[in-house]
Design a protein around this ligand. Structure first.
Ligand code: FMN
Length: 219
C-alpha cells in the first residue's frame, strides 16, 4: 500500500496492527520526518518533551541490533534462531510474524530507537533514589502511539518492540546514548508485506464500569 493520508481516524485506529513483515524497499526520509513530527506532538508532563530518537538506517548498526535482538528472543522466549529447530506444525500466525521479524530485522529500512529522559516518579522520595532513574515511560508512550498511527496513515508498517531492554547496556555503548536517557521502545519501520487488518480487541463495554467498579452498562 502506498501513502494514503485520507484514512478516517477510527478506521486508522482500528487497523493499526503490529506489522512485523517489512519490505526492504527504501522509504523516503520526508515520510519519516512526517512520522517523527507526529510523534513529537504528543503531550508530556509540563510539556517537557523528554523524548529523543536514534534513527538507524545504516546496514552495520542494523545488523548489530538484529543479531542481539534475535539472541535476546532466543534467550528469553526460547525462540530458536535456527529455523531447522523451530518445528512447523502448530505455529500460529503471530508467531510466524515474530520469527519473520527476528530473521529480517536488519532488512527493515529503519530501526527507530525511541529514548526517554530518566526521571523519578514523584512517589520515590529523594533519599530512596538509588542508581539510575527509569526513563520517562509515561511521556514516551503517547509519542510512540502517535508514531505508530502516523506510520499507519502513511501506509508504513511498524511494530512496537521492547526486547532491546535485554541488551540495553550494550545498546547504550554502541549508539553512544547518554545514561540520562533510557531506550523505551524500538520500532522497525518500512513498507509492509501483507495487508493492514482489523485489530482484535475486547470491546470497551466489557472493560468499563459505570460510576463504581463492578457495575457494567448491561446491569
Ligand atoms: C509495552 C509493549 C511492549 C511490546 N513489546 C513487544 C515486543 O517486544 N515485540 C513485539 O513483537 N511486539 C511487542 N509489542 C506489541 C504487541 O505484541 C502487540 O501490540 C499485541 O500483541 C497486539 O497485536 P496487534 O497490535 O498486532 O493487534 C509490545 C506492545 C506493548 C504495548
Amino acid at each position: 500500500m502506498t501513502e494514503n493520508t485520507d484514512i478516517p481516524f477510527f478506521e486508522l485506529v482500528e487497523s493499526m496492527r503490529a506489522m512485523r513483515r517489512l519490505k526492504p524497499d527504501p522509504v523516503p526520509m520526508e515520510l519519516i520526518w512526517k512520522v517523527l513530527n507526529a510523534g513529537v506532538q504528543a503531550p508530556s508532563g509540563q510539556n517537557t518533551q523528554p523524548w529523543k530518537f536514534v534513527l538507524v538506517s545504516a546496514s552495520e548498526p542494523k545488523a548489530w541490533f538484529a543479531d542481539r535482538y534475535a539472541a535476546a528472543m532466543e534467550d528469553r522466549f526460547g525462540l530458536s534462531r535456527d529455523s531447522e529447530k523451530r518445528g512447523v506444525s502448530r505455529r500460529r500466525g503471530q508467531l510466524r510474524a515474530i520469527y519473520h521479524q527476528m530473521d529480517h530485522l536488519q532488512d527493515a529500512p529503519y530501526l527507530l530507537l525511541v529514548c526517554g529522559e530518566r526521571d523519578w516518579p514523584f512517589k520515590v522520595a529523594e533519599k530512596d533514589r538509588v542508581g539510575l532513574a527509569p526513563p520517562n515511560y509515561g511521556a514516551v508512550y503517547p509519542c510512540v502511539q502517535n508514531i505508530l498511527l502516523a506510520c499507519r496513515a502513511l501506509g508504513l508498517g511498524a511494530a512496537l518492540t521492547t526486547m532491546h531492554q535485554v541488551f540495553e547496556d550494550e545498546l547504550h555503548e554502541y549508539f553512544q546514548i547518554p545514561k540520562e536517557f533510557g531506550v523505551v521502545v524500538t520500532i522497525p519501520i518500512g513498507y509492509p508485506i501483507g495487508n493492514f487488518g482489523e485489530v482484535s480487541r475486547i470491546p470497551a463495554e466489557q472493560k468499563t464500569f459505570l460510576n463504581q467498579w463492578g457495575v457494567t452498562s448491561s446491569q
